[in-house]
Design a protein around this ligand. Structure first.
Ligand SMILES: [Ca+2]
Ligand SMILES: [Ca+2]
Length: 90
């Protein structure tokens, strides 16, 4: 009985199809990862921002748009925060 041999052309066709599928999958994942990285950069920029230039980053500033207030103890409630952004950037 003769042993079945793989047709070299079929192997090449299958290899090319697998290669194309891998390239497509990699391109899809690179696109998804790129979007996530841009979102993370935006979040990091927001965390480091000091919108009112009072020395307290927005994430810890009780009134991020009021340069006269940085702590909760400086005002009775958040409604006392004013929108006094400086005219010039920090
Ligand atoms: Ca601030
Ligand atoms: Ca402030």
């Amino acid at each position: 009985m003769k042993k079945a041999q793989a047709d070299p052309m079929k192997l090449i066709v299958v290899a090319v199809i697998l290669l194309i599928a891998m390239v497509v999958i990699i391109m899809i994942f690179r696109g998804l990862i790129g979007k996530e990285a841009k979102q993370a950069e935006g979040t990091i920029d927001k965390i480091g921002a000091d919108t009112d230039c009072d020395g307290a980053n927005d994430i810890i500033d009780y009134c991020p748009k009021d340069p006269d207030v940085t702590k909760k103890s400086d005002v009775s409630s958040r409604s006392d925060c004013k929108d006094n952004l400086p005219a010039k950037p920090c």
